[in-house]
Design a protein around this ligand. Structure first.
Ligand SMILES: Nc1ncnc2c1ncn2[C@@H]1O[C@H](COP(=O)(O)OP(=O)(O)OP(=O)(O)O)[C@@H](O)[C@H]1O
Ligand SMILES: [Mg+2]
Length: 387
């Protein structure tokens, strides 16, 4: 067992502090967790909380340390620094640890592997304790909830991929874990099925009051599932909050760009303002001469028609129109994507509009930047290589 230290009741009693569990006690709390491999901090001072019945998504690009964080919480890897609490009780610091089976944690990974030689019922009952009748009752309850009771005596190979996934969910939920750790559990499914299974899974977990920490590298999945998103980059959590806030108030250019395509207009600050072909932007927090990036998502560009070589009049909300020519337009299903070649420097800006809008290439148009929808960041963003 090596570094696998068994729990020591006296030690935990001393360290755990507050013992009464109140409504404000997080089901899971991680404090300042770090993990180094070969001198590199793969997880770097990560802190987060998950309340009962809440879903927190750990979202970030491949290799940023999401799975490592989850493995530490599950107890199959150990942090170099930091503490983990379940219901306010310390379960792990760098000296002592409660083993994985003592943490009330359920696991669901992409590779969920049911036991092929066991029936659906026996798969779900696998981690259960109690009498045969009690186990059967719990298995039937869960299979009813995931709408698979009719398959109770079948074997995994007789089920579709999505059905197997739901059996895996029932199996993970069977022992009533207070916390469910999920590592990209839906990535093996095709798109339509995935949406349904995500939604079903979410409602089952909410009904059970489970605290969920879900790892994903897909922003759409995080937006769909999460009450709270923790955005991770290079081992650190760079921003944490409700999906709406993370999307609409990103901390930096990379955070903005993680959720959608972005348009970037570079400018330089003079006397609190930055002049661009789209008019002036107020940049009061930046010193004179500083380079700034003005960022706008494609759905927030305002497209105006050309009127005999003129655009609309400037307004304080939308600034000055800049002339552009349609490079190409594509129909994307629920929206159309139009790429514009800008008259002022030949650069390409992308705009999306709901429904069908497919202007011919080289059609002259005018673009405006809605001031309340743009983000302004210093151009020297340390998070963006080569910025
Ligand atoms: N046991 C280990 N020894 C050395 N390096 C490791 C070990 N485990 C993970 N790493 C490294 O830590 C980094 C983070 O890995 P991790 O699996 O946590 O990333 P992730 O965010 O889950 O990525 P993905 O989205 O691709 O699954 C990677 O660069 C990985 O190579
Ligand atoms: Mg991973």
């Amino acid at each position: 067992m090596g570094w696998y230290l068994r729990s020591n009741p006296d030690y935990f009693a001393r360290e755990k502090g507050e013992t009464a569990v109140t409504d404000a006690t997080p089901r899971l709390e991680v404090q300042h967790i770090s993990r180094r491999f070969g001198g590199r901090a793969v997880v770097d001072d990560v802190s987060l909380k998950v309340m009962p019945g809440q879903v927190t998504c750990l979202l970030g690009p491949s290799g940023c340390g999401k799975s490592t964080t989850l493995r530490i919480i599950a107890g199959v890897d150990m942090q170099d620094e930091g503490k983990i609490f379940v219901d306010g009780q310390l379960v792990c610091d760098t000296v002592h640890r409660v083993p994985p089976e003592g943490r009330s944690v359920g696991l669901m990974f992409q590779d969920f592997a049911l036991f092929p030689h066991l029936t659906v019922a026996d798969n779900v009952a696998f981690g259960l304790k109690g009498s045969k009748a009690e186990k059967r009752a719990r298995v039937e309850e869960l299979l009813t909830r995931v709408d698979l009771l009719r398959f109770i005596d079948e074997y995994p190979h007789q089920l579709s991929g999505g059905e197997q996934q739901r059996v895996a969910l029932a199996r993970a939920l069977a022992p009533r874990p207070g916390i469910m750790l999920m590592d990209e559990p839906f990535s093996g499914l095709d798109d339509r099925l995935r949406d349904d299974i995500r939604d079903e899974t979410l409602s089952v977990l909410k009904e059970e009051g489970t605290a969920v920490l879900l790892v994903t590298h897909e922003p759409e999945e995080a937006m769909r599932m999460a009450d709270e998103i923790a955005l991770m980059r290079d081992g650190r959590i760079v921003q944490q909050g409700a999906p709406y806030n993370i999307y609409n108030a990103p901390v930096d250019r990379a955070a903005a760009g993680f959720f959608s395509d972005i348009n970037v207009i570079r400018g330089e600050v003079h006397d609190l303002f930055t002049k661009t072909p789209f008019g002036q932007f107020m940049t009061p927090a930046m010193p004179d001469g500083a380079e700034v990036d003005i960022i706008i998502r494609p759905q927030h560009l305002k497209i105006e028609f050309d009127r005999n070589g003129n655009g609309p009049s400037p307004t304080p909300e939308n600034g000055v129109p800049a002339r552009a020519y349609v490079e190409r337009a594509r129909f994307m299903g629920s929206e159309s994507l139009i790429e514009f070649r800008m008259d002022f420097d030949g650069s390409i800006l992308k705009a999306t509009v709901p429904g069908v809008f497919l202007p011919q290439p080289n059609t002259p148009m005018w673009l405006m930047i809605r001031r309340e929808r743009c983000f302004v960041f210093p151009a020297k963003d340390p998070a963006v290589a080569g910025a």
